[in-house]
Design a protein around this ligand. Sequence first.
Ligand SMILES: C[S@@+](CC[C@H](N)C(=O)[O-])C[C@H]1O[C@@H](n2cnc3c(N)ncnc32)[C@H](O)[C@@H]1O
Length: 392
Amino acid sequence: MASGINADSFSNEAERTRARDVVFEALRRIQSPWDIAWDQNWVNPAINAAVKTLIDAGVFKKWADEAGGSPITCSKLAELTGADELLIRRMMRAISGQFLVQEVAQDTYARTPWARALAEDPSFSGMYGGFYHELNSQMFRTLPFYLRETGFQNPTNVNDCNFQFWQGDKNANMFQYVGTNSRLTSDFNDAMECHSKYNLTPWVDIYPTDTVIESAAKTDGAQPRPLVVDIGGGKGHDLKKFLVRHPDTSPGSLVLQDLPDILRGVEVCPAIKVQPHDFFTPQPAESEGARVYLMHNVLHDWPDETARKILQTLAPAMKKGYSRLLIHESLVSSVKPLSRVTVSDITMMACLAAAERSEEQWRELVTSAGLTIVRIWRPVQSVESIIEVEVA
Ligand SMILES: C[S@@+](CC[C@H](N)C(=O)[O-])C[C@H]1O[C@@H](n2cnc3c(N)ncnc32)[C@H](O)[C@@H]1O
């Protein structure tokens, strides 16, 4: 019935997401309770393991680069990768059963857009393994045991939560731990870049960035100040989006801040100045009075008390009537919140004793830090909004 439909059949992302939700709800009605439990506890772990193995063996990459991406047999894939043919066949059969590749003849498979993306985008294939397998999945495994041990209390202490329960030691929170391992740091940065690429509406499509440039030219005049400071900006992907939209931005007027360990090895273009900075300390003098401070998916990593400290530490650097803080985050709706947001909420709980917030909770947090909300920019059916904030 729906065989002619694919992800390109919709005129916009909102329509595609609505259609996906309708189909998913229908699937749930068709599934028996056993089907659901089977999918969640057998299928997802088994298929993730198969996909990761195929990625590591080079199947998707070599299928594209050395066989042109056309339909292929398992013996050819084994020849290309040097892996055992029987192993490849078992893995390919398993992922074909999930419609991740298409069986077009006996033992012969065609690529889907998902299989193509695994070949073309290293940050997408990085979703399997790395940060998600080594850290996130471990967090989900221990979470129920941790919560049972705490008498089922809502966790709020980033330095004593499920993360430390998993580690068996209270010396580091998740970010500190990630920073001590260069491979995990790079995987983490890739994972954030991947979210930014596929999961979210770019901030420059939500907030009118033309106004940033216009008002900065008028107000800043003699003493140039940074245009945009991306606080906790990871690899700088959000600043790159700004540059694509405004390619004439003067060099150095975009500032990328993050912890030194996270910024190590990050490559950016000359327009972006990399500035190691811990947001629990005051802004460096040269980054005071910026037109925009951007915090994208930063505050959802922290419980209220800590998030308030981050905002209160930033506030003195903001020039009243001029600087704006853009908090690019999800808002949990009170009715039927988006599943991507509620899943992210449990992830924040598992890793950092943090949470996604409702509009009311964001208002309380911002106000309690001596700041005020100017406006909330909400794209239709997008996962995230932008909360525009100034000094009260
Ligand atoms: C969820 S990631 C978001 C990254 C990026 N803004 C994005 O949206 O893709 C949170 C970022 O906050 C950074 N971070 C954590 N603690 C920090 C601190 N004390 N000072 C500065 N950055 C920090 C992390 O290293 C990480 O890059």
